[in-house]
Design a protein around this ligand. Structure first.
Ligand code: ADP
Ligand code: MG
Length: 698
């Protein structure tokens, strides 16, 4: 396989554009791409035509404006290129206007009150900063996909892309102010970059299809712990099984074709869990790509009779899945602003940007926490290997030392590179890193980027990055103002570091984030520990947060408020589906199976009694099973009552609270009985595949 031939073959990328576009058009488009110069319709016409010819040559019959509504997934409506002629024939057409703007009948997407159904017009607008690509399906369809933003009749953002793009602009503006104040005259643009590592589970399709909970909720609502879980730590980085490897190979090829730089693949900690990491890109392209990654994983898995689970916590008792969001800032002239270099303490740019991030994360820890809140992550944060719900920053010993010394006006003494001797003659001495890794931190500095590890595996990365960019822009704005009015920028940097350490040093924690001691210590430091989605989401209702989003032009009050409503609704709906699924499974699967077992036991006991034999085994077992069944039935009734009560609550926040406080706990209690029954009822009678089947039989 020649990757260089496959890679990007389905992307209308710069290389292709250079080949197929007239020189002037190419130049004009590049101006738009790099400098944001508005695109003229005549230019768009030429681009559209070339794009269409290229797509048709590759087998495309349709095009779609591909967008990301607030559901968190992607949306597409396919239009063929055909256009009728007077002779009753058709020609293939695609105009600049069709490329630039679309108007899908999009009234059924969540708008959180931004749009009443009677004024349901929604528009899509071409985002030329993310390249158009071709999507192929197993039916042989090839569709030209044009990444677009989605907005309402009065210009409100109805999607995840628009605020992300706006946040990138805001961040660039503030970052450039800081760079300029520090004497940089060459950079003209700063771009936030992201490399999202995607974790997922694979299960066998035949088992999956018999689990209504997995099918409808993405997670198992029931399931007794298997005799073996992840305790032997034998899955992590283990040899990849052939069946999984075949899936991964197919996945790689599909992703490479779409220009997605799938780079790393490996077995993850939990049995049946895996990871794929791409090479980083701009946050906008990375977010688009990550949506495609999730979609392609699910599609390709089915070809191998596997099902890919993206939910944050599909199985209780083993690790959940996250999306490590590796984030940094790069300039258009090739600088990584979070690159410390060999002498970080003399690197003013680095020190300032690091300080800005520390300030941003401490000041807006609640917003970061809220940016990743969903019902799936509620199971994950704090459980097993996942980061706790407390936001803190890992800096590592060396940088902590540097920040500390500068803040106390003391000289920095760097140890310099030391070497490790492995004690094996044939192996060279290896340079020792200045700091160890910390796998438990939710926001870890990892060399030249921050790794935000709280993001859930199923969610779009757009929103967390929008929030991260916005709070970074806010901190940089304040720092830029200081630098601009300072007489001497260098000494002002030292003062900034000092102030940041004094005011925001509490956010830095290099220890074990999973320990109970940290939870106590964090509380002592006054760091918020927000353990539920509903509580976290209150952030989007706060006036001070709305003010920041508005000031940086990311979202106005209405747009932010609509997201608050939508996120709350999504939470309530998800728990409602889980409760309804539980009712269905218990009523139609578990109870009948257990009753069958009860009947067998009762008949056996009666028969034994009639012949005067002992039924000492049957009777206690019968009583135990019946007792559990009775308990389960009681909880089932309670679950049903609470669910209908919650469903009828009007107010979005009270409704979500009702699901969290009244419905969810009963669901968990019900699970205890069902899981206990699973360990007693004969396997042959148990109506659904077990955890062992789901986790180990692939
Ligand atoms: P690990 O965290 O497992 O050590 P790496 O450090 O190689 O793995 O990278 C993890 C992810 O971070 C990859 O997707 C990589 O492309 C991304 N990454 C590396 N540099 C940057 C950067 N400057 N900005 C954003 N992401 C980056
Ligand atoms: Mg990593």
């Amino acid at each position: 396989m020649d990757i260089t031939k496959i890679f990007g073959s389905n992307v209308f990328n710069i290389k292709t554009m250079k080949e197929v576009l007239p020189k002037d058009t190419y130049k004009a488009l590049m101006q738009t791409l790099t400098r944001g110069t508005p695109l003229k319709i005549e230019v768009a016409d030429v681009v559209a035509n070339a794009m269409k010819d290229w797509a048709i040559e590759k087998g495309a019959t349709h095009y779609t404006h591909w967008f990301q509504p607030l559901t968190g997934s992607t949306a597409e409506k396919h239009d063929s290129f055909i256009s009728p002629t007077e002779e009753g024939w058709v020609i293939m057409e695609f105009s600049g206007k069709q490329l630039i703007q679309g108007e899908p009948d999009a009234s059924s997407f969540p708008s959180g009150g931004l749009r009443a159904t009677f004024e349901a017009r929604g528009y899509t607008a071409w985002d030329c900063t993310s390249p158009a690509f071709l999507k192929e399906d197993s039916a042989g369809n090839v569709t030209l996909c044009i990444p677009t933003a989605f907005y309402s009749y009065n210009g409100h953002a109805l999607d995840k892309k628009t605020p992300l793009l706006r946040s990138m602009t805001a961040l660039s503006k503030q970052a450039l102010r800081v760079l300029k104040a520090l004497g940089n005259t060459t950079s003209t643009k700063v771009t936030s970059t992201v490399g999202p590592e995607q974790e997922y589970f694979l299960v066998d399709k035949s088992y999956f299809s018999r689990r209504l909970d997995l099918l409808l909720c993405g997670r198992t609502i029931f399931g007794a712990p298997p005799p073996k879980g992840q305790e032997l730590e034998d899955h992590y980085f283990g040899a990849i099984k052939d069946r999984v490897s075949m899936f991964m190979k197919d996945l790689d090829v599909e992703l490479w074709k779409m220009g997605i730089s799938s780079k790393t693949k490996h077995n993850e900690v939990a049995p049946g869990q895996f990871e794929m990491a791409p090479i980083f890109n701009t946050t906008n392209i990375a977010a688009d790509h990550n949506q495609l990654v999730m979609e392609t994983m699910q599609k390709v898995a089915l070809r191998h009779d596997l099902v890919c689970l993206l939910y944050e916590k599909p199985f209780q008792g083993v690790n959940g899945s996250g999306k490590h969001n590796n984030w940094s800032l790069g300039t258009d002239d090739g600088m990584n602003l979070l690159e410390p270099g060999h002498t970080p303490h003399e690197n003013l740019v680095f020190l300032v940007f690091l300080s800005a991030l520390i300030q941003a994360v401490d000041t807006h820890a609640v917003a970061l926490r809220a940016s990743i809140a969903n019902s799936g992550n509620d199971h994950r944060l704090g459980a097993n290997e996942a980061p706790p719900a407390i936001v803190s920053i890992f800096l590592g010993d060396e940088l902590t030392h540097i920040m500390d010394r500068i803040s106390r006006d003391e000289a920095v003494d760097l140890k310099g590179k030391t070497f490790m001797t492995l004690g094996v003659d044939t192996m060279p001495d290896l340079p020792k890193d200045n700091t160890d890794r910390n796998r438990t931190s939710p926001f870890a500095f990892t060399g030249n980027k921050f790794e935000f590890r709280m993001v859930g595996s199923s969610s779009s990365i757009s929103w967390p990055n929008t929030v991260l960019n916005t709070i970074a822009a806010e901190a940089l704005d304040q720092i830029a103002t200081r630098l601009e009015s300072a007489e001497d920028a260098t000494s002002e940097v030292a003062r900034i570091v000092k102030d940041v350490v004094r005011k925001h040093g509490r956010i830095i924690f290099n220890g074990d984030n999973y320990s109970q001691d940290w939870v106590k210590e964090a509380a002592g430091r006054g760091l918020p520990n927000i353990t539920s989605t509903v509580e976290a989401l209150q952030c989007w209702h706060r006036a001070d947060i709305a003010e920041i989003f508005e000031r940086h032009g990311v979202l106005d009050r209405e747009e932010l408020e609509s997201r608050y409503e939508i996120f709350l609704e999504q939470y309530a709906k998800q728990i409602n589906v889980e409760a309804m699924t539980a009712l269905d499974m218990v009523n139609t699967l578990y109870i009948p199976s257990v009753l069958e077992f009860v009947r067998t036991l009762a008949e056996a006991a009666a028969h034994l009694k009639s012949i005067g034999a002992s039924f000492a085994v049957q009777k206690p077992l019968l009583e135990k099973v019946s007792g559990l069944l009775q308990s389960a039935t009681g909880k089932l009734e309670k679950l049903e009552a609470e669910t209908y009560k919650a469903l009828s609550v009007e107010h979005a926040c009270e409704k979500a609270e009702a699901y969290r406080d009244q419905v969810f706990p009963v669901l968990q209690e019900l699970r205890e009985d069902i899981d206990a029954l699973e360990t007693m009822v004969p396997r042959a009678l148990w109506p659904v595949p077990t955890y062992a089947d789901l986790l180990f039989r692939i």
